[in-house]
Write a protein that binds this ligand. Structure first.
Ligand SMILES: NC(=O)c1ccc[n+]([C@@H]2O[C@H](COP(=O)([O-])OP(=O)(O)OC[C@H]3O[C@@H](n4cnc5c(N)ncnc54)[C@H](OP(=O)(O)O)[C@@H]3O)[C@@H](O)[C@H]2O)c1
Length: 321
C-alpha cells in the first residue's frame, strides 16, 4: 500500500462499491475523502460514518487517486460536469468497472493516469470478506500511466487496501474486464441463472406442485450448490452430491445444451463486444429508462416473489439480509 501512503484517495460515490472501498481503504490506514452529488443521501451517510464528505468536484480537487464509484450510466455526465476539470494535473483516475472507458463514454484528459480495480463480487462482499481478514479476487488494469509514472503502483496499492490482494489481483485490460464482466452477468450470474430459475419454477407450479416447494427446489437451493462450486470447483461439487443428482445433472446438461443455446450465448457476446449492448443501455437511460422500468415492473410482479417471501420468512436470519 506504500504508493498510497500520505496521498488522498477521493471515493466518488458511496453506494454498493464506493462504501466498501472507502471503509476498507480507511481501515487499511489510508486517507479517504468521499464525494457525491449535491443533496446526496449517500454523502450524508458517509459523513455519519466519519468521512470528510463533500460534493463531487470538491472531493475530486483533493484527489491523488479518484475512484469513480458512480453508476455506469451516470458516469459520463458526472465526469463532464463535476469531475474532469476538478482533478489536479497528473492525478490518477480509477474505475471499478471498465464500461465507460471501453465503450468510449469517457475519454480522460491526457495528463491523467487511468486505472481499473474491479472486485469480482458485490460491494457488500468486498466489505464483509475484508472484515474477516480475507478478500475477494479483483481484476486490475492500466489504461494509461500518469506523468509521475505511479498509476500502476497506485492501482495495485488500491487493490491491496481493499483486501483483494489477499486473494488475487489479476492483471487484465479495460476491454477484457468490461466484456467478460458484462457477458458473465448476462449469460450466467444474473440473466442465465434467473432464466432457468423462472422457467423451472413456472413449470413446476403449472404441473401442480406448491409454489413454496417449487421455489425451494429451483431457487433457494441454488446457494447450497453455488457454495460447493465456489469452494470446491465443478468436479468437487459433483463429488458432494448424490449419484442420482450427478447422473441427472449430466442428463439435463446434455439435453439443454444445443446449437440454439450456443448461438444465443454467442449473440450475447457479440452484442457486448460490438458495443451494441452498451449503446442500448445508455440510450434507454437517456430516454428515462422506459425499457428498464417496464422489465422491472413485470419482474417484480412475478409469482415467484410471493413464494420467495414465504420461504425466506421461515428463516429469521434472512429477514435483514
Ligand atoms: N454493485 C456492485 O456491487 C458492483 C460490482 C462490481 C462493479 N461495480 C461497478 O461499480 C460502479 C458503481 O456501481 P454501484 O453499484 O456501486 O453504484 P450505486 O450503488 O448504484 O451508486 C453509487 C453512488 O452513485 C450515486 N449516484 C447515483 N446516481 C447518480 C447520478 N446520476 N449522479 C451522481 N451520483 C449518483 C449514489 O448516491 P446518491 O443517489 O445518494 O447520489 C451512490 O453514492 C459501477 O461502475 C459498477 O459497474 C458494482
Amino acid at each position: 500500500m506504500e504508493p498510497l501512503v500520505g496521498k488522498t484517495i477521493a471515493v466518488l460515490g458511496y453506494g454498493n462499491q464506493g462504501r466498501a472501498h472507502a471503509l476498507n481503504l480507511r481501515d487499511s490506514g489510508l486517507r479517504v475523502v468521499v464525494g457525491g452529488r449535491a443533496g446526496s443521501q449517500k454523502v450524508e451517510l458517509a459523513s455519519r460514518e466519519g468521512f470528510e464528505a463533500m460534493e463531487l468536484s470538491a472531493a475530486a480537487m483533493l484527489a491523488d487517486l479518484a475512484i469513480i464509484a458512480l453508476p455506469d450510466q451516470a458516469q459520463p455526465t458526472a465526469w463532464a460536469k463535476w469531475i474532469e476539470d476538478a482533478l489536479p494535473t497528473g492525478a490518477v483516475v480509477g474505475f471499478v468497472h471498465g464500461f465507460a472507458i471501453r465503450f468510449g463514454f469517457i475519454t480522460p484528459r491526457a495528463d491523467l493516469g487511468v486505472v481499473l480495480v474491479a472486485p469480482k463480487g458485490p460491494g457488500a462482499t468486498v466489505r464483509a470478506r475484508y472484515e474477516e481478514g480475507l478478500g475477494i479476487p479483483a481484476l486490475f488494469a492500466v489504461e494509461r500511466e500518469n506523468a509521475a509514472g505511479c498509476a500502476r503502483a497506485m492501482a495495485i496499492a488500491w487493490g491491496a487496501g481493499i483486501g483483494c490482494a489477499r486473494s488475487g489481483l489479476i492483471e487484465a485490460s479495460f476491454a477484457a474486464e468490461a466484456e467478460s464482466d458484462l457477458f458473465g452477468e448476462q449469460a450466467v450470474l444474473c440473466g442465465g441463472l434467473m432464466a432457468l430459475v423462472h422457467e423451472s419454477f413456472a413449470l413446476l407450479v403449472e404441473a401442480g406442485y406448491s409454489p413454496e416447494v417449487a421455489y425451494i427446489e429451483c431457487c433457494h437451493e441454488v446457494k447450497q450448490v453455488a457454495d460447493l462450486v465456489y469452494a470446491r470447483g465443478p468436479e468437487g461439487m459433483r463429488r458432494a452430491i448424490s449419484d442420482t443428482a450427478e447422473f441427472g445433472a449430466f442428463v439435463a446438461e446434455n439435453a439443454l445444451v444445443d446449437e440454439h443455446l450456443r448461438a444465443k450465448l454467442r449473440a450475447l457476446l457479440t452484442d457486448v463486444r460490438s458495443g451494441a449492448f452498451a449503446e442500448r443501455f445508455m440510450r434507454d437511460h437517456d430516454a428515462g429508462h422506459p425499457e428498464f422500468r417496464a422489465w422491472r415492473k413485470a419482474s417484480s410482479g412475478h409469482p415467484i416473489e410471493a413464494a420467495s417471501a414465504t420461504v425466506r420468512g421461515l428463516m429469521p436470519w434472512l429477514r435483514d439480509a
